[in-house]
Structures are given as structure tokens and as C-alpha cells.
Design a protein around this ligand. Structure first.
Ligand SMILES: NC(=O)C1=CN([C@@H]2O[C@H](COP(=O)(O)OP(=O)(O)OC[C@H]3O[C@@H](n4cnc5c(N)ncnc54)[C@H](O)[C@@H]3O)[C@@H](O)[C@H]2O)C=CC1
Length: 287
């Protein structure tokens, strides 16, 4: 099997390339330095020349608030860029794994969303990722769409890093308590995606670490495990207005994943613990 991973300079792409390499799979990671997703001809040329069996498309325009002001760029990368990748995959008969988001859902209610539930993105980024999903479904039969949320990995900025930085200067923090979802550790997700790539169990899946929490609970768990004495007070989203609307309910059901025979990701608290260890080794390597 030969795999192409887009977004190698991001959190997920970095860990996916490592995971395939560890398994002895021939893999190439690419970023915007190799080609821009907005350049259809360049995407097609690269994919046809490399001729992968699987394209794991992790690259995206991920600046959720900025996207409200940069709608055109966000759409060009996430909707059209994904269409270019899907078209090239169709032409060479490659499987495609497209990474999508909880933001395709409206975020109402309290029940976990199933993959086929009605969509209703509340912000530009969510709309662009949904258009990407639709392009994949329109152009391909051999596809996996994998929706994830609240991502953290070693190769980039994320909520855990932000909380640990704030802990250096704060003993008390207010954190949003009325948005509920699931963190996703890119190392755990990479294991699942590498398993998936080797199958033909095509479809739409939700894949996050197990369990649900609010951002405030997420922060409190990070401080507890990192041994930082910071008191977290949950507050409503209205205390932190953002340009892009965030869904209150980001719960996603992983039943389809389990029914297809894939191993669910470990609980999110377990993932936080292993990520903190990864951060320690990063700090030790940099010292
Ligand atoms: N970060 C999060 O909390 C969430 C992320 N996702 C999705 O997960 C996937 C991975 O996210 P992260 O690793 O956090 O992203 P990231 O922001 O860390 O990395 C994005 C990658 O996309 C590449 N990229 C951006 N614009 C490009 C362009 N025009 N041409 C070529 N490459 C381009 C960048 O070079 C980078 O390698 C994305 O598809 C994202 O939409 C879904 C839900 C939540």
C-alpha cells in the first residue's frame, strides 16, 4: 500500500505520516509547500505522479474565526480543494479518507449526532467542510469521511497548550461550560485511520476519543493531570464572544465505527495523560 497524506505540517497529518511509517507502509506527507489545494492542475499532477493507493486528506483551512472574514479563501481550500483531491482520486482509482468536523451539525439538542443526521453548519468553516464532504460523496465510491472534534496533537497549537500557558500566570480561570463535545488526540486517531486505510469498509464515521465533556471540564482535567493548581469556573459561551458561532452540542455517536468492527479510541482522560507525557519528551528534547 502506498499512501499520500495532506497537511503533514499540521497536527493530524504529522502523526498520520509517523503511524504509517511505523507500520512499514510507503507514505508521503505533503503541505502547501508541495502544492496548494486551490490549484486543481497542481493537485492532479502531484497525485497522478505519486499514484497512491490511498489519499488521507487532512489538510484544511482551520482558522474558524478568521474564516468568517475570509470566506472565499476558506471555501477555495476546504470545498474546492477537497473536490480537486477527490477528482484526482477518482481518476486513478485511489481510496480517499476525508477528515471532517462536528461543525457540519447545527449543534442543537443534547443527543449525540449519528453520521446521517441532518446537517446545518453554523459558521463558514463548517459550511466549507460540509461542501468538501459532498464533493467526496459525489465523485467517489471508495471513500471514508471521518468527523472529528477538539483536536490536539504534538505538531501545532491547541487547547491543552493554551491552558498550560495560562496556568503559568493564573490561579483561577473561567472556561466555557455550555459547549459539550469530545477531544480527539491525533496519535489515537492516526492508529484508527491507518487501520481504516487497509480496509474497504467505506462510509461516514465519527471518531473522537471516548466520553463527552465541556471545555471547562477538559481544562480542569488537564490541570489535575499536569499537577497545576488552577481553579476552573465554568461560564456561558456569551462570556467569550467569538466571530464564528460554535455549536453547543458537539456530541457525536461512534456506534457506526464500532459496528463496522473498528476499535474505538481510548477515553479522552487517558488521551490527555499520554499527551502530557508527549509534551514532556518534547520539552526534554528541546532543552
Ligand atoms: N483542529 C481542530 O480542532 C479540528 C480539525 N478538524 C479537521 O482535522 C483536519 C486536521 O486538522 P489539524 O491537523 O488541526 O490542522 P492544522 O491547522 O494543524 O494543519 C492544517 C494543514 O493544512 C495545510 N494547508 C492549509 N491550507 C492549505 C492549502 N491551501 N494547500 C495545501 N495545504 C494547506 C497546512 O499546510 C497544514 O499542514 C482538518 O481537515 C480539519 O478541518 C476537524 C475538527 C476539529
Amino acid at each position: 500500500m502506498k499512501v499520500l497524506v495532506t497537511g503533514v505540517t499540521g497536527q493530524l497529518g504529522h502523526d498520520c505520516v509517523n503511524e504509517f511509517r511505523c507500520r512499514g507502509v510507503e507514505v508521503q506527507g505533503v503541505s502547501s509547500k508541495d502544492f496548494s489545494l486551490t490549484d486543481g492542475a497542481a493537485v492532479e499532477k502531484y497525485i497522478k505522479e505519486y499514484a497512491p493507493d490511498v489519499v488521507l486528506h487532512g489538510a484544511a483551512y482551520t482558522a474558524v474565526d478568521k474564516a468568517e472574514d475570509e470566506q472565499e479563501t476558506c471555501m477555495a481550500v476546504n470545498a474546492e480543494g477537497t473536490r480537486h483531491i477527490a477528482k484526482a482520486c477518482a481518476e486513478i482509482g485511489a481510496k480517499m479518507i476525508y477528515i471532517s468536523t462536528d461543525y457540519v451539525f447545527p449543534g442543537d439538542g443534547e443527543e449525540p449526532y449519528e453520521p446521517a443526521d441532518s446537517k446545518g453548519p453554523q459558521n463558514v468553516y463548517g459550511k466549507s467542510k460540509l461542501l468538501g464532504e459532498q464533493a467526496v460523496q459525489e465523485l467517489l465510491q471508495k471513500y471514508f469521511i471521518v468527523r472529528i472534534s477538539w483536536v490536539f496533537g504534538i505538531n501545532g497549537k491547541n487547547f491543552i497548550r493554551t491552558m498550560l500557558t495560562l496556568a503559568k500566570t493564573h490561579k483561577e480561570l473561567t472556561v466555557v461550560g455550555d459547549q459539550i463535545g469530545s477531544p480527539t488526540y491525533t496519535r489515537d486517531l492516526a492508529v484508527l485511520l491507518a487501520d481504516m486505510a487497509a480496509t474497504e469498509k467505506y462510509g461516514v464515521y465519527h471518531a473522537t476519543n471516548e466520553g463527552f465533556c465541556s471545555w471547562a471540564e477538559f481544562a480542569a482535567e488537564v490541570f489535575r493531570q499536569a499537577g497545576r493548581e488552577v481553579t476552573v469556573t465554568p461560564v456561558d459561551s456569551s462570556a467569550y464572544p467569538t466571530k464564528a458561532v460554535r455549536p453547543k452540542n458537539s456530541r457525536m455517536s461512534k456506534a457506526a465505527l464500532v459496528e463496522a468492527g473498528f476499535k474505538p479510541l481510548p477515553r479522552w482522560q487517558d488521551a490527555v495523560g499520554r499527551y502530557l507525557i508527549e509534551l514532556q519528551s518534547e520539552a526534554a528534547n528541546l532543552a
